[in-house]
Design a protein around this ligand. Structure first.
Ligand SMILES: Cc1cc2nc3c(=O)[nH]c(=O)nc-3n(C[C@H](O)[C@H](O)[C@H](O)COP(=O)(O)OP(=O)(O)OC[C@H]3O[C@@H](n4cnc5c(N)ncnc54)[C@H](O)[C@@H]3O)c2cc1C
Length: 375
C-alpha cells in the first residue's frame, strides 16, 4: 500500500498541471494513468491553439491568466518555446456579419487585441479565401500556436522534480473511504490518500461513480481533425488560422501542411475515440466552399474528446457528498490553453486555500467553478 498526500487520477494536461502546482506546496503527489504513457487521450489530440477569444467568459479568463506563463515559462521548464505567433481571423459570410459583430463586442471585454478588419485584409493573410464568400472578418494577432507536448512534459518534469511519482498502466478499478482515507485499487497496486483529485478527462463521471459522488453530467463530445496539403508550391507556414464565426470549421498551418476540422461536437460515451469519415468529408466540403483549396488527399485524421458539463465551464472543487474527493473536469475545448490557471486553482482549493488572486481578479468565485452549481 503506497501512501501520498494527493492522488491524482489522469496524467493528461489537467492532472499534470495540478501536480506541478501541488509540489510547490511541498505535497507528496502520485499520478495514476491507465494508459502506457501520459497524453494518449484528449491532451495528445488537440489543435494546439491558444486564443483569448474562445469559449465562455470564465474559460477566457482562465486563458488570460495562463498566458504569461505559457509565453514566458520559468528557466529550465522546456528546451523549446511553448508558443509561437500565429494570429486568427474569424470570418463571416454576408448572413453571418451581425453574429460576427456581436461576438467581437462580447469578446472585447477580455481581449484587447481583437478587431474588425476588412475582408480584403483577411484574404491578404490567407490568400485562398474566396472574395465572394468572406463578407467580413475580425482579426486577433495575439492568438498563438502551442507546443502541447512541451507544455505537458514541462508540467510532468516539474512535478517529478518535486517528488511526484507518475504510475502508468495503473487504471483505477475501485475507491473506498475508510479511516479518513481513500483506499484506491489499481492495476498497478493499492494506494491510500486523504485526497483523490479526479482528472480523468472524459471518464471523470465514471471515476466519480466509483467514489459514490453524485454525477456532474459530463458529456464527452467527439471532435475530428485532419491534415492535408496546401496548394502546390505555396508556403502555407505564414498563413493565419481561419475560423468560421459560427464554429462550423477551421483550418490552420501545421508544419508545412494544413490542419482542418469541421468543429464537430457529437455526444459519445468515453472511449478511445476514432474519426468518422463523414465528419472528415464535411470538413473538406466546408473548407472548400470558403476557399479555393482542393482537398484531394487526407494525409492523417484523428478524433479526440472534448468533455463538457451543461454550462461549458470547468468543474473544480471538492465533492460535497464524498469527503476528500476533488473534481478537476469539464475542460472542454480549452484544456491546454487554460492549463496553468486550472492547475493553480485546483492545487490551491484542494489544499484548503482559496481561489488564487489572479483568478479572483476576473470576478470568478468558487461557486462559479464548484460542482454544486450543476445540481
Ligand atoms: C480535436 C481537439 C482539438 C482541441 N483543440 C484545443 C485547442 O486548440 N486548445 C486547447 O486549449 N484545447 C483544445 N482541445 C481540448 C483539450 O485537448 C482538452 O481540454 C484537454 O486535453 C483535457 O485534458 P485532460 O487532462 O482533462 O484529459 P485527458 O488528456 O483525456 O486525460 C485524462 C486521462 O485520464 C486517464 N484516466 C481516465 N480514467 C482513468 C482511470 N480509471 N484510471 C487511471 N487513469 C484514467 C485517461 O487515460 C487520460 O489519459 C482540443 C481537443 C480536441 C479533441
Amino acid at each position: 500500500m503506497r501512501e501520498c498526500d494527493f492522488l491524482i487520477v489522469g496524467a493528461g494536461i489537467a492532472g499534470a498541471s495540478a501536480a506541478y502546482h501541488l509540489v510547490k506546496k511541498n505535497k507528496k503527489v502520485v499520478i495514476l494513468e491507465r494508459e502506457a504513457q501520459p497524453g494518449y487521450h484528449s491532451t495528445g489530440r488537440s489543435a494546439a491553439i491558444f486564443t483569448e477569444n474562445y469559449g465562455p467568459r470564465l474559460m477566457r479568463a482562465m486563458t488570460v491568466v495562463s498566458g504569461p506563463f505559457l509565453k514566458k515559462p520559468p528557466e529550465g521548464y522546456a528546451d523549446v518555446p511553448l508558443m509561437h505567433a500565429r494570429g486568427v481571423a474569424f470570418i463571416a459570410r454576408k448572413d453571418q456579419v451581425e453574429t460576427l459583430k456581436g461576438a467581437v463586442k462580447e469578446l472585447s471585454e477580455l481581449s484587447k487585441t481583437l478587431r474588425m478588419i476588412d475582408a480584403k485584409d483577411a484574404i491578404r493573410m490567407c490568400p485562398v479565401l474566396r472574395p465572394d464568400y468572406v463578407a467580413a472578418a475580425a482579426y486577433d494577432d495575439s492568438t498563438m500556436d502551442m507546443d502541447v507536448n512541451a507544455i505537458h512534459q514541462g508540467y510532468l518534469r516539474g512535478a517529478k522534480k518535486g517528488g511526484t511519482e507518475v504510475v502508468c498502466d495503473a487504471e483505477v478499478l475501485g475507491l473506498e473511504r475508510r479511516g479518513g482515507k481513500w483506499h484506491v485499487k489499481t492495476k498497478a497496486g493499492d494506494f491510500a490518500t486523504p485526497v483523490v483529485i479526479n482528472a480523468a478527462g472524459a471518464w471523470a463521471d465514471v471515476l466519480g461513480g466509483m467514489a459514490g459522488a453524485r454525477k456532474i453530467g459530463l458529456q464527452p463530445k467527439r471532435r475530428t481533425a485532419m491534415i492535408f496539403d496546401g496548394p502546390q508550391g505555396v508556403d502555407v507556414n505564414e498563413w493565419i488560422i481561419i475560423g468560421d464565426i459560427d464554429e462550423k470549421f477551421y483550418f490552420k498551418p501545421e508544419t508545412g501542411k494544413l490542419l482542418g476540422s469541421p468543429a464537430d461536437e457529437t455526444p459519445v460515451d468515453p472511449q478511445d475515440i476514432q474519426p468518422d469519415d463523414e465528419d472528415v468529408a464535411i470538413a473538406a466540403d466546408r473548407i472548400e466552399k470558403a476557399t479555393t483549396l482542393e482537398i484531394r488527399r487526407i494525409q492523417r485524421k484523428w478524433a479526440g474528446l472534448r468533455s463538457f458539463v451543461k454550462d461549458k465551464c470547468p468543474v473544480v472543487g471538492f465533492a460535497p457528498d464524498a469527503e476528500g474527493f476533488f473534481w478537476l473536469a469539464g475542460q472542454g475545448g480549452y484544456g491546454i490553453q487554460t492549463s496553468y490557471a486550472m492547475g493553480m486553482t485546483a492545487a490551491s482549493l484542494a489544499d484548503g486555500g482559496g481561489l488564487p488572486d489572479a483568478v479572483k481578479a476576473f470576478n470568478v468565485s468558487e461557486a462559479d467553478i464548484g460542482p454544486k452549481r450543476l445540481w
